[in-house]
Design a protein around this ligand. Structure first.
Ligand code: SF4
Length: 234
């Protein structure tokens, strides 16, 4: 059977990944960032490998649809790196799903073409611009700025989101993030949660983000955006 670019499908539908939808989550391999705190690091180096057979993907999708799953999240890695992301989106639409795209914002030329095809986009705004090269291994800040603009102006639904790492984020950085996304409808803050399998050993021992830090940073973002949401158990 023909391999798809889908390298994994979350076994159970998610109630938290696509606002307002019960969603199946599809993982595409490969990423052009090198975040030491990546929760999907196993996908980072598998860009060229064959994915699941299309037949398996379709069977899984039909099962989800039969169980009231109405959303599909296309995530990674970084989905915009794979030209076949367009085919994935087309098939998911054909099978009846509303579609959300997760992106790191590094490929605005691809994002621009995907925006009319998806219902919701979540872009990670991980750090203030100056901290990207050191913390995420990516330095094309103009590309990120262009993605922020495209999403703000053209996405049907969207959110920008930041996973707050206490050791790496501070008030000045959060203010810089606020300025970067100024005028956005929604910015989501979520807690960093350490795990043993994170790629950077230094991140494995970092503390889980405290609720009071998330609330303090939310206050800093509020003057810049329409709404700030703290996601998780806070
Ligand atoms: S952009 Fe996302 S998938 Fe890529 S390395 Fe960073 S956290 Fe992992």
């Amino acid at each position: 059977m023909t391999p798809s670019p889908v390298h994994g499908i979350l076994q159970n539908a998610s109630m938290v990944d696509f606002p307002g939808k019960l969603a199946a989550v599809f993982f595409l391999a490969g990423c052009n960032f090198r975040c030491g705190f990546c929760h999907n690091a196993a996908l980072m180096g598998r860009a060229g490998a064959a994915g699941l057979p299309w037949g398996d993907v379709e069977r899984t999708c039909r099962k989800f649809r039969d169980n009231w799953v109405d959303g599909a999240v296309v995530t990674g890695g970084e989905p915009t790196l794979n030209p076949a992301v367009f085919h994935v989106v087309e098939k998911l639409r054909e099978w009846g799903f509303s579609i959300k795209l997760d992106t790191n914002g590094s490929r605005p030329q691809v994002l621009e073409k995907l925006l009319p095809l998806v219902d919701y986009v979540a872009m990670d705004v991980k750090f203030a611009p100056a901290d990207y090269p050191g913390r995420a291994g990516f330095g094309d800040i103009d590309a990120l700025t262009e993605s922020i603009r495209l999403i703000r102006e053209r996405a049907a639904g969207y959110e920008f989101r930041t996973t707050v790492i206490e050791a790496w984020h501070d008030a000045a950085g959060m203010r810089a993030i606020g300025e970067w996304v100024r005028g956005a409808k929604l910015h989501v803050l979520q807690a960093f949660v350490p795990r043993d399998e994170l790629p950077d050993p230094a991140c494995r021992g970092m503390a889980e983000t405290r609720a009071e830090i998330l609330h303090a940073y939310a206050d800093l973002l509020r003057p810049c955006v329409g709404r700030v949401e703290i996601r998780g158990e806070f």
